[in-house]
Design a protein around this ligand. Structure first.
Ligand code: C2E
Ligand code: MG
Ligand code: MG
Ligand code: MG
Length: 277
């Protein structure tokens, strides 16, 4: 024990560790400033059916860094979540997505497109989330039926009743729910049954090797069967090849998202993609 804490004490003065702490403080400061200055934008990635028809878009946030250019969420969402900055950032994304959805509703070529927004666990758990979203829906005038929220399994572990309660309130207004990255977390199937989800998203880690790894193929099959038995939709993410798409279709998954169809695109390019059909 003494030895262990001694080692920890030494590690505290490790210069690498110290610079890591300093750079974390600096990162947090620059993220906070980026939020204040609204240095973010949303890219939209197509969600398509087997016949290629585009039904929706997933909203994926990007940081337009003045020096670094476009920074992907892997580089800042975790820090945002840890520091609580995900609350203002997540609210900005929700509002921006709803403003976009409201604009599309006035545009005959775009009015059918739904938007799925990722909501982090901390954001969904915050006390005012339901009222906040209802306010955003009201002030932007969007049809809540066109709005989907993507939640992750991690959210369902703690206080599942509270989560289900919030989902039910929003569901009553028409908001849809997808369970993102399904199969990678710890969600108990018994909870899943009691939560008003509409859609399971097969995580891209299973899709990647679905043709070569029998375990991944079996997991994909199991998720499709589970979705069917719970009367939920199912969509595969990270579909990059025709062979992956065809295999997924052969096991009963008929909705897809992935580079095969489109990368996440800036809004004008996404609109052009939809208009081309
Ligand atoms: P996700 O919600 O599972 O989103 C799918 C990710 O897979 C996106 O990465 C997308 O660009 C990527 N992707 C899509 N198709 C393919 C493909 O065919 N191949 C490969 N290799 N990748 C593909 P992205 O945009 O970097 O986002 C990463 C994660 O960051 C998202 O995973 C989501 O968990 C999180 N995220 C993104 N935007 C937001 C946001 O506004 N709020 C929150 N809380 N999280 C967000
Ligand atoms: Mg997602
Ligand atoms: Mg996902
Ligand atoms: Mg993910």
């Amino acid at each position: 024990r003494a030895k262990e804490s001694g080692r920890n004490a030494l590690r505290f003065f490790d210069p690498d560790m110290e610079s890591a702490v300093i750079s974390r403080v600096a990162q947090e400061r620059s993220l906070r400033e980026a939020i204040e200055q609204q240095q973010f934008c949303i890219h939209y990635q197509a969600q398509v059916q087997e016949d290629g028809a585009l039904t929706g878009a997933e909203a994926l946030v990007r940081w337009q860094h003045p020096e670094r250019g476009t920074v992907l969420p892997a580089e800042f969402i975790h820090l945002a979540e840890e520091t609580g900055l995900i609350l203002p950032l997540g609210l900005w994304v929700l509002r921006a997505a709803c403003v976009q959805l409201a604009a599309w509703s006035q545009d005959p070529g775009m009015a059918h497109v739904t938007i799925a927004v990722n909501v982090s666990p901390r954001q969904f758990r915050q006390a005012g989330f339901v009222d906040q979203l209802i306010e955003v829906i009201g002030s932007t005038g969007v049809n809540p039926e066109r709005l989907k929220l993507e939640l992750t399994e991690g959210l369902l572990v703690e206080n599942p009743e509270e989560v289900a309660g919030k989902m039910t309130l929003l569901r009553a207004r028409g908001v849809g729910f997808a369970l993102d990255d399904f199969g990678t977390g710890y969600s108990s199937l018994s909870y899943l049954k009691r939560m008003p989800f509409d859609l399971l998203k097969i995580d891209q880690s299973f899709v990647q090797d679905v043709l070569t790894d029998p375990n991944d193929a079996e997991i994909a099959r199991t998720i499709v069967a589970l979705a069917e038995s719970l009367s939920l939709g199912v969509i595969a993410e990270g579909v990059e090849t025709v062979e992956q798409r065809d295999f997924l279709a052969s096991i009963g998954c008929h909705a897809f998202q992935g580079y095969l169809f489109s990368r996440p695109l800036p809004v004008n390019e996404f609109e052009a993609l939809v208009r081309r059909g």
